[in-house]
Design a protein around this ligand. Structure first.
Ligand SMILES: [Zn+2]
Length: 570
């Protein structure tokens, strides 16, 4: 069946006749372009597509870092900005940006309302946490974790990885590997047919699950045998540049008042700080520059072990550098730790690109760099900068007050409401027994209460949001793009800019549709194929999978609704 190619906000108002005519035009244009591109493929498929496609996702690499830090990039990031097709206005179109929906958007090409991965975890009908990645049927290959496993069962559609693997043939073998420090981005990008690997947080080894392998592949076991994680964990974190250089000349860079950890992770004692917090052995290591170095070493081992450069093999390699996200939740985007980690990643990427050039050949690999979401400044730092409306809204008092009000007003002593950013779920055991009119009255009471809280802009019930009609580009439509029945909660909140509804008393997060949370870099580079270009047209990150599908001469993911990215000569 043929697929439509439309923009996400147009999904909201399909009744527009002119819009439908436009959709038809775009749809025909897309298919004629792709059909033309595919015409010679039976003969020249293996010669004309990149041998290796590497998609590097720097988790939480918000676009707002670019105007601030770009002049200090000297290595891999500089190379990409200087030589790639650079999209300066690339956005994720969902209202509560997080790792899992972000990695789905960039690898599957849809919104959560289609792929179902609305968050890293969501609340079940009685407030229980449902982890996106957890599937007890498929256990870890390296650890015994009772009741816990890993698969992409909760993803409801196929992605680029699956479509690429569908086209694998004996004389042109396709392979997909997805590597991350965390399980859920790796699983999100691998789809059903790719092979994900992530860091086992107890052993420091790379692992996968029985959904993908019967046992750990030998090349992974060999890599783990080297014990690099333990050595890197005990390495001192040193600044990339002298402490007093312009690279670090920013306001609030050494303010630890509102950080999750009140002491620096950089400097002579950094190895002791890194080993100090032990909720699991590699908890702090995952936040250091050494962890992205470890992951990129593993990526090189993956290519060395699985890719014969002299064969017709083709590979997609997804690499998700999770350390920036894990670190930034603690220290915030203005911190010395976060800025220096970006400089380290800049250098590490250069080393990785040098490896690719030598191993694959300069013109034979395609590089993509993007991010899964951005990050909000620490609200208290934003206040100190003068944006006095910035606010940290503690969630516990909200939940306690709502429970108190509803229990008393409706004589329901067992009433319970739960919160997971940024929606509330009402305990089903109690709510389902009530009449429609009482349910309506309860929802209205909760909404009225939340609307009166300073820092909360909009409050919808699931049904209200589902039935709402928004103007194109209206931020509220991002919330509608994220709705999925049974996973999105009963009441959904939109905070004001720089406001966060959170259970954490320190640090920061990413949970709004605003620019700082949804605007990310997007760069595509292949030597000899695409010229350096600056594209200021607004694009959506979920346009990437259909675009890569066209470059790789495979079908686009079947639920992808997005147009191809501009500026690539399609
Ligand atoms: Zn995060």
């Amino acid at each position: 069946m043929k697929k439509q190619v439309i923009q996400p906000e147009q999904v909201i108002q399909p009744e527009n006749v002119f819009l439908l005519l436009f959709i038809q035009f775009v749809f025909l244009s897309f298919f004629s372009t792709c059909v033309q591109a595919k015409a010679p493929r039976e003969k020249a498929l293996c010669e004309n597509t990149p041998k290796l496609t590497v998609v590097i996702v720097i988790d939480q690499f918000a676009f707002h870092y670019i105007p601030k830090l770009q002049k200090y990039f000297k290595y891999g990031l500089k190379d990409l900005f200087d030589n790639g097709v650079v999209y300066y206005k690339a956005y994720h179109p969902h209202g509560v940006p997080e790792t899992t929906p972000g990695h789905h958007g960039l690898s599957i090409g849809t919104c959560p309302r289609d792929h179902g991965a609305v968050a890293n975890d969501w609340l079940g009908p009685n407030g229980e946490i449902v982890e996106y990645v957890n599937d007890p049927e498929f256990s870890s290959l390296t650890s015994s974790e009772p009741g816990r496993g890993y698969s992409s069962r909760n993803t409801k559609v196929d992605g680029l990885s699956d479509q690429f693997m569908f086209k694998s043939k004996p004389n042109c073998t396709h392979k997909v590997y997805a590597l991350s420090l965390k399980s859920y981005p790796a699983v999100s990008m691998a789809g059903k047919l790719g092979k994900p690997f992530w860091l086992d947080q107890q052993s420091g080894e790379f692992t996968s699950s029985t959904a993908y392998f019967k046992e750990l592949p030998k090349w992974v076991a060999d890599f783990n045998q080297l014990g690099q994680a333990e050595k890197l964990k005990n390495t001192v974190w040193e600044l990339m540049y002298p402490d007093d250089s312009d690279e670090y000349d920013f306001a609030f860079i050494k303010n630890y008042d509102y950080a999750g950890l009140k002491e620096p992770m950089i400097g002579a004692n950094s190895d002791k700080v890194i080993n100090k917090i032990n909720s699991h052995k590699y908890y702090m290591f995952e936040k250091t520059p050494q962890s992205s170095k470890y992951l990129l070493n593993f990526a090189e081992k993956c290519v060395d072990s699985n890719f014969d450069v002299n064969s017709n093999d083709k590979m997609i390699l997804w690499v998700s550098l999770s350390n920036l996200d894990l670190l930034c939740h603690f220290y915030g985007p203005d911190s010395l730790e976060v800025i220096d980690l970006i400089y380290h990643i800049d250098k590490q990427l250069k080393d990785f690109f040098m490896y690719l050039k030598k191993k694959i050949g300069e013109k034979k690999y395609l590089l993509v760099l993007t991010a899964d979401h951005g990050i909000c400044p620490i609200p208290e730092i934003a206040q100190k900068q003068g944006f006095y409306q910035a606010k940290r809204i503690a969630v516990k008092p909200l939940v306690d007050h709502i429970n108190e009000i509803i229990r008393e007003k409706f004589a329901l002593p067992d009433f319970e409401v739960y919160f997971e950013p940024t929606s509330f779920v009402i305990k089903r055991e109690v709510f389902d027994k009530l009449s429609a009119s009482v349910k309506h009255e309860i929802l209205k009471t909760i909404k009225d209460y939340l609307r009166a809280i300073p820092g909360i802009k909009n409050v919808w019930t699931f049904d209200e949001l589902e039935g709402a009609t928004f103007q194109p580009h209206q931020l509220e439509s991002f919330y509608k793009n994220q709705l999925y029945a049974g996973r999105s909660g009963d009441i959904i909140c939109q905070p004001e800019p720089y406001c966060q509804i959170t259970k954490y008393p320190t640090g920061t997060s990413h949970m709004t549709p605003y620019d700082y949370d949804t605007h990310v870099p997007l760069i595509i580079y292949q030597s000899g194929r695409f010229e350096n270009k600056k594209i200021n047209k607004k694009v959506w990150v979920p346009q990437l999978p259909a675009t890569l599908a066209c470059i790789l001469h495979v079908e686009q993911p079947s639920a992808s609704i997005f147009d191809l990215l501009p500026g690539l000569g399609f």
